[in-house]
Ligand binder design. Structure first.
Ligand SMILES: Cc1ncc(COP(=O)(O)O)c(C=O)c1O
Length: 401
């Protein structure tokens, strides 16, 4: 009897099978290799070097004087912030929020994505992710009990719309696009995004579009919001983040534009996960948004020159890798000429050459030896030193088995 009881307890105390199927985050693994290799320069983490505008920090300092500061707020976010976001969406993105849509403030773009997945899927449903994809998107889909269907992009990491169309089944609930893209840095044209949006409309699925890097485009690349298209409001969910745009990753503020018809569903999810977005961060976000996109613009020129410098170095004939064009975000996903898989390549770059990247396998990249490098967080000297080490490492590990 005691034995049977113990077995039952053992069986009960396991994690959910859904969670077992979720890939383990790769950043902590790479982080451990870095910690074990002092002096490593990390081209891994996708963060920006700057913090929020001074006005945002001052707003946070002023917070706490009113009793209402300590109470729950509206589920969708503070009215003043929601109003400001609606104005921003109209003027910068061409998205007319009302009457067909709603804005909801979230604890970052990742929570906004989880809200979207939970709102539109039932267990066993499918969501299409052009690959390589942002790993947290796939993780959220699997966590929700749905299935991520990867559709490869082309060799320049651009969308393959006919392949996306062919992947839509009766169980498909959404197609996700991210532009500018993490992990590839690709920026999709307005024509390609319009095609995907029209396809989603015609096939009765949602178009979930992540614009976390909307302010980070370079050269001739232009940002485009498919939510601005006529008739898009009823089937388009657009996600934003203040993490990169305002250097506010730790403040956990993002927002989403959802079709009005999803309001009840998303409110239930938000009420359960968050009740309301953190009030102090919302006050800081409000102040940041009043400063506006000029805060990021001041840094974009510098990021662009770093991006061009890296490209010039890595595209030289004697560097054994291919570097597809990247007109946005702060990433290159390069394909090393190596027989090592991307995990091993990453570990050896860290341990033997003291430079860190993120293995392409984390993003389901079909190329076996790809790595993502990020140039958002480091000063010019560290980037130059890091890329120098990367070049030595790629040469040493070229076609290595
Ligand atoms: C495409 C994309 N979406 C969302 C996020 C997460 O943003 P947040 O910090 O707002 O959750 C990231 C972070 O790297 C990202 O790359």
């Amino acid at each position: 009897m005691a034995r049977r009881y113990a077995d039952a307890v053992h069986i009960a105390h396991r994690e959910s099978l859904r969670l077992t199927a979720v890939q383990a985050p790769v950043i902590p693994i790479v982080g451990r290799w870095i910690a074990e290799t002092p002096g490593t320069i990390s081209l891994g983490q996708g963060v920006v070097s700057y913090g929020p505008p001074r006005e945002a920090v001052e707003a946070a300092r002023r917070f706490g004087g009113a009793t209402s500061d300590h109470r729950y707020g509206p589920v969708e976010g503070l009215p003043a912030l929601v109003d400001l976001l609606e104005a921003k969406l109209a003027s910068e993105n061409g998205i007319q929020v009302r009457p067909a849509s709603r804005v909801l403030v979230t604890a970052g773009g990742n929570q906004a994505f989880m809200n979207a997945v939970l709102a539109v899927t039932d267990p066993g449903d499918e969501i299409i992710l052009p690959a390589p994809y942002y790993f947290n998107h796939e993780m959220a889909i699997v966590m929700a009990g749905a299935r991520a269907v990867a559709v490869p992009t082309d060799d320049q990491y651009q969308l393959d719309v006919p392949a996306i169309a062919a992947a839509i089944t009766a169980r498909t609930r959404a197609v996700v696009t991210v532009s500018p893209n993490n992990p590839t840095g690709a920026v999709y044209s307005s024509a390609a995004l319009s095609e995907v949006n029209a396809l989603c409309k015609a096939r009765g699925v949602f178009h979930v579009h992540d614009e976390a890097y909307e302010y980070f485009t370079y050269g001739s690349a232009r940002h485009f919001s498919p939510g601005s298209l006529e008739g898009a409001a009823t089937h388009t969910i657009t996600l934003y983040s203040l993490s990169k745009a305002y250097g506010m990753a730790s403040w956990r503020i993002g927002y989403m534009v959802i079709p009005e018809a999803l309001s009840d569903a998303v409110n239930k999810i938000q009420d359960t996960l968050l009740i309301c977005p953190p009030a102090v961060s919302q006050q800081a976000a409000l102040a940041a948004l009043l400063v506006g996109r000029g805060h990021a613009a001041a840094h974009v020129e510098e990021l662009d020159s770093t991006r061009r410098l890296i490209c010039d170095i890595l595209q030289a004939d004697d560097v054994p890798c291919d570097v597809p064009a990247a007109g946005g975000a702060c990433y290159y996903l390069l394909r090393a000429h190596s027989r090592l898989n991307s995990m091993t390549l990453t570990e050896r770059l860290i341990r033997e050459h003291r430079v860190a990247a993120i293995p392409g396998s984390a993003f389901a990249d079909a190329a076996p030896s790809s790595i993502r490098i990020s140039y958002g967080a480091l000063d010019a000297d560290s980037i130059a030193e890091g890329v120098g080490r990367l070049v030595s490492g790629l040469r040493a590990l070229a076609c290595s088995s």
